[in-house]
Design a protein around this ligand. Structure first.
Ligand SMILES: [Zn+2]
Length: 280
């Protein structure tokens, strides 16, 4: 399977990306998508994806970095972001998604208004890329990885008002209730689950996982965070653990692992265009 969402640019993995990928391969996790969080991090993500056959990347600004005033960034204009970098990364063949972008109401900073502005700027940017076609301005039609934490009421109307197809969104690391999962599914998006969905005390998330249709579910680690059972509490979480989450969730959904494995691989291939390697 593929770990559809991890952060290989985080310091936990510096100098050990090769070992991390080898460990994943041994666990049956044949590739990963390393997800961007800022307009500088996306360059590092692309560098890792370019250096490793079975790693892909995304381009986007995480809502918790919406106000990142990195001194390396646009010192002259004071803008926290270098939007041009997103364009460059998105145009590369190893970039398979936008994101992660969205809203996070769990923390009080960055202020909601800043998160909303950066989200809307990104959605407008993606729409411009989609309309411009292939002419050297990123790839049209890339799927969009959504970060939504305690923010369904605010986020869904914004996504609805964007001129982007709903089935190209995935709500990653879903931590909502079954009712919130229904709202995401009614909107038309896919839903992706991390190790949180394996925790017995996450009954709501597990109930939500059980109701997602087979063709709308994906799995991920969000490494270096959120290790699934039986690794809970370890740091870092690693892409290899995607296999533990997949086994646990197959059981939760009452589906034989081999069938669930086929379903998530088919969904990952359709959504991100990333496939398991053919094996003899
Ligand atoms: Zn993430």
């Amino acid at each position: 399977m593929i770990d559809t969402h991890c952060h290989l640019t985080f310091p936990d993995f510096s100098d050990r990306i090769g070992a991390t990928l080898a460990e994943a391969e041994r666990a049956g996790v044949s590739g990963c998508i390393t997800i961007s969080t800022t307009t500088l991090d996306c360059l590092d993500a692309l560098a890792i994806a370019s250096a490793h056959d079975r790693v892909w990347c995304s381009a986007g600004v995480h809502p918790l970095y919406a106000d990142t005033a990195d001194p390396r960034v646009n010192a002259k204009t004071g803008d926290a972001h270098v939007w041009e970098n997103l364009r460059v990364v998105a145009g590369h063949p190893k970039c398979v998604a936008w994101g992660e972008l969205g809203l996070d109401n769990h923390y009080t900073t960055p202020a909601r208004a800043i998160q909303v502005r950066v989200l809307e700027e990104q959605l407008a940017f993606i729409q411009r890329v989609n309309h411009a076609g292939q002419g050297g301005i990123g790839k049209p039609g890339l799927p969009i990885v959504i970060h939504c934490r305690e923010a369904f009421d605010d986020l869904l109307p914004i996504l609805r008002s964007a001129a982007l197809p709903a089935d190209r969104f995935v709500f990653h690391c879903f931590t909502g209730s079954p009712a919130e999962a229904r709202r995401v599914l009614d909107f038309g998006a896919s839903i992706s689950f991390t190790g949180i969905a394996t925790y017995a005390n996450a009954a709501d998330v597990r109930a939500a996982c059980a109701l997602v249709p087979a063709d709308r579910i994906m799995i991920e680690t969000d490494a270096p965070f959120l290790p699934p059972l039986p690794h809970r509490g370890k740091r870092p979480c690693v892409p290899a653990y995607a296999a533990d989450t997949a086994r646990n969730l197959a059981q939760l959904r009452g589906v034989p692992f081999e069938l669930f494995h086929e379903q998530i691989n088919a969904n990952t291939a359709r959504f991100f265009g990333v496939r398991e390697p053919l094996r003899p």
